[in-house]
Design a protein around this ligand. Structure first.
Ligand code: NAD
Ligand code: MG
Length: 298
């Protein structure tokens, strides 16, 4: 059994893609129905007390990268409020069990982040149930490929922006009111912010917005002692990719474009979310940490 501290070859640490990666589910999809099963650190992430006593809200906490962050935060000693869509209850309940197994509190709050009232309620629930909020990890996201701009509807464009950009704005706004100095916000961009795929016109644009929003907000709230940073993943094996994030045919080569020549696993994103949440990163403000298998970024 290895964990994030085991010395090993990153090119061989997790499998390359292949024909078995070609699969399709309806949005938002369930991680538990994917094969191979993504690794969100369920059996491998080892905590060392880096977030002892912290109070975290994680969106998209049921699956993929959000699940990995939620598990890691709990193993590092934080209590966690989990946000996800009602259809994802089965995945979310697994995460609740894993968090409770660490002796930490898990509060499940299903709902739709495209609704401002839900976002405000999510933060208020954290304040009430955990006694405050000092970590906000905005990880929920929508990615649906569309080949041609003619076929990209206003409804689709709007839904992508509501999920990826507006929800982040509403959640940051609601959380900052309650945050004490030392608190941290981590938003989730993507390699798509720098190398936009033509079929991800709307999604890539939201991811660039998330970077810019975070750099502006970071400067605004730094004097309150609140740090805002970003994680920008590369290709990571999660439900997002099999629910229409990419055409099914290309999944057999998923991640091959990276210098490591394989997809990332959600658990490989977790240490970035932990580092940026913890006081270890005290002088890191408005930064984007790229975890993308080696693709150069500006
Ligand atoms: P995922 O499908 O596991 O997570 C996305 C989550 O977003 C879902 O689980 C769902 O709970 C949440 N979500 C979507 N729409 C929602 C809504 N309307 N209301 C509430 N929740 C909603 O996939 P993931 O890849 O782990 O995605 C997490 C983040 O990582 C996203 O922001 C995504 O853009 C980003 N990202 C992923 C990759 C990748 O290759 N997987 C690469 C770069 C960035
Ligand atoms: Mg999910």
């Amino acid at each position: 059994m290895t964990d994030q501290y085991t010395f090993q070859d990153p090119t061989k640490q997790f499998p390359k893609a292949g024909p078995e990666f070609q699969q399709k589910q309806e949005e938002p999809g369930l991680q538990k129905e994917m094969t191979p099963l993504p690794d969100s650190g369920e059996t491998s992430y080892r905590g060392t007390g880096r977030l002892t006593g912290r109070k975290a809200v994680v969106t998209g906490a049921d699956s993929g990268i959000g699940r990995a962050a939620a598990i890691a935060y709990a193993r590092e000693g934080a209590d966690v409020v989990l946000a996800y869509l009602p259809e994802e209850e089965a995945d979310a309940q697994e995460v609740v069990k894993l968090i409770e197994a660490e002796g930490r509190k898990a509060v499940a709050v299903p709902g739709d982040v495209r609704d401002e009232r839900y976002c405000v309620n999510l933060i208020e629930t954290a304040v009430k149930e955990l006694g405050g909020i000092d970590i906000l990890a905005n990880i929920a996201g929508k990615q649906q490929f569309v080949e041609q701009i003619e076929d990209l509807t206003t409804e689709h464009f709007d839904a992508t922006f509501k999920t990826n950009v507006y929800a982040m704005f509403w959640l940051c706004k609601a959380a900052i009111k309650h945050m004490q100095p030392g608190s941290t916000i981590i938003n989730t961009a993507s390699i798509e912010a720098y190398e936009p795929e033509p079929i991800l016109l709307d999604y890539a644009t939201t991811k660039a917005s998330i970077n810019t929003f975070s750099k502006a907000l970071a400067q605004q709230v730094a004097e309150k002692g609140i740090r805002v940073n970003v994680v920008a993943p590369g290709p990571v094996w999660t439900p997002l990719q099999v629910v229409g994030g990419q055409p099914t045919e290309v999944l057999k080569e998923f991640g091959e474009e990276t210098p490591l020549k394989r997809p990332g696993q959600p658990v490989e994103m977790a240490p970035a979310f932990v580092f940026l949440a913890s006081p270890e990163s005290s002088y890191v403000v408005g930064e984007t940490l790229n975890a993308n298998g080696g693709m150069p970024t500006p």
